[in-house]
Design a protein around this ligand. Structure first.
Ligand code: MRU
Length: 404
């Protein structure tokens, strides 16, 4: 089999030239226009996450981390310009405020709190036993008590970069493991967008599609449109089309007919949070797809980095589900699509019970039931690797763990 060119995803996010802001690809403009937007304030970062200018669990976490890193650098530069002596303690206080605010931006994607917690740890801010972060500084290997605000800001940006780079590696790992599930000619159905534009790398659910294509396999994808915000038709179809992958869009209510007449070979979806027992929260409509797949004997796989696995959440019933604004249903993209005063129920995510999941693919491999064991092992391995690589937060986490 010939080796095709390595897939290069569109640039989802980058630092501004002097690193005091971040620039994102504004996904609300896709597929009509490719527009960048600069995020300069904590309100900008929060708004971009809440309004889905950036979206997808890993990319939300990356954006918060880079946003906080940029705000820290901005604070240092502004203090220098005003000849104000900003010390690390004061910067740490501000950092706590940014973290607390951004952590609330979207409740379901655990990658958001995971990434923010990494920045807190990189700043030497420890959690108190009740789980609330304290502004106090805790000495840990690699984190010096005597550093300046500028050094602290640099360390935060380095940690945000590490989160981004790690996500890129995790996406590639997921792609390489799950590409083994695809043969030349396979058809895949996916929901929402768990592609490059949901991550810092080549995606999760779409990663094996890109890797298999690189391996010379011909893969076709059905993209569920994904009501109400159309991440499937607007973003998945756009990104696969840009990559030259064969993609067909279907409205969500066509999936059952597709399974009945010309079933896809496999279902690949991403996740916003995977509970310890393998129950999976993902974009609303994922559960219907899982039920359909079960009924038609099609394997249903969830692809996500270990940063999406939340061992602190025992089952899917414990996952907080975001409710979206009624007008996303009543005023679809600015046009009245229901009576203006119609009551609406609009959960952004649903939970697929683990019994419908054939396998969960992380960068550590393909995990099978019982997930309570296989996921715990995957997360432990990932945390060990992180500590070995020596990320500031990884070392701090390990030290905290050993001290317990
Ligand atoms: O509301 P969104 O667009 O952020 O929802 C995204 C999803 O549901 C994705 O499938 C999930 O975040 C996984 S992204 C790799």
């Amino acid at each position: 089999m010939h080796e095709a060119r390595r897939y290069q995803p569109p640039e989802q996010i980058r630092w501004s030239e002097i690193g005091d802001s971040v620039v994102i690809l504004d996904q609300t403009e896709l597929p009509a226009r490719r527009v960048e937007k600069e995020l300069r304030t904590v309100a900008d970062v929060e708004e971009a996450i809440q309004s889905l200018r950036v979206r997808g669990a890993p990319l939300i976490g990356i954006t918060a981390a880079m946003g906080i890193g940029a705000l820290a650098r901005q604070a240092v530069l502004q203090a220098e310009a005003a000849s104000h002596a900003l010390d690390a303690g004061e910067l740490r206080e501000r950092l706590l405020g940014w973290c607390d605010r951004l952590e609330q931006a979207r409740p379901t994607a655990v990658n958001l709190v995971w990434a923010i917690e990494r920045l807190r740890r990189a700043a030497g801010i420890a959690e108190d036993p009740d789980g609330a972060a304290a502004a106090g500084f805790t000495e840990a290997p690699g984190i010096s008590a005597s550093e300046s605000a500028a050094e602290l800001a640099d360390r935060l940006r380095a940690e945000a970069n590490e989160i981004l780079e790690e996500d890129r590696r995790m996406c590639r790992g997921i792609g390489e493991h799950a590409a083994e599930l695809l043969r030349d000619g396979s058809t895949v159905i996916t929901h929402c967008n768990a592609g490059a534009l949901a991550t810092g790398g080549i995606g999760t659910a779409l990663a094996p599609v890109y890797v298999a294509t690189e391996q010379g396999k011909k893969i076709s994808v059905y993209a569920d449109e994904t009501r109400p915000l159309l991440q499937g038709s607007r973003i998945t179809a756009w990104e696969l089309g840009e990559a030259g992958v064969d993609v067909t869009v279907i409205a969500d209510n066509m999936a059952a007919a597709l399974f009945a007449t010309d079933p896809p070979d496999i279902v690949f979806v991403g996740s916003d949070r995977i509970a310890a027992n393998g129950d999976v929260a993902n974009k609303i409509g994922t559960y219907s797809l899982a039920v359909l797949a079960k009924h038609h004997g099609v394997p249903f796989y969830v692809l996500a980095p270990t940063s999406t696995v939340d061992l602190g959440t025992a089952t899917g019933a414990d996952i907080p589900i975001e409710q979206r604004s009624a007008d996303e249903i009543r005023l679809g993209f600015g046009k009245l699509t229901a009576p203006a005063d119609a009551p609406v129920w609009s959960p952004a995510f649903d939970v697929t019970p683990n019994g419908l999941v054939a396998g969960i693919v992380t960068e550590q491999g393909i995990h099978r039931p019982p997930y309570v064991d296989s996921l715990a092992e995957a997360v432990a391995t990932a945390e060990g690797e992180r500590a070995e690589r020596g990320s500031a937060s990884g070392i701090a986490a390990k030290t905290a763990e050993e001290g317990r």
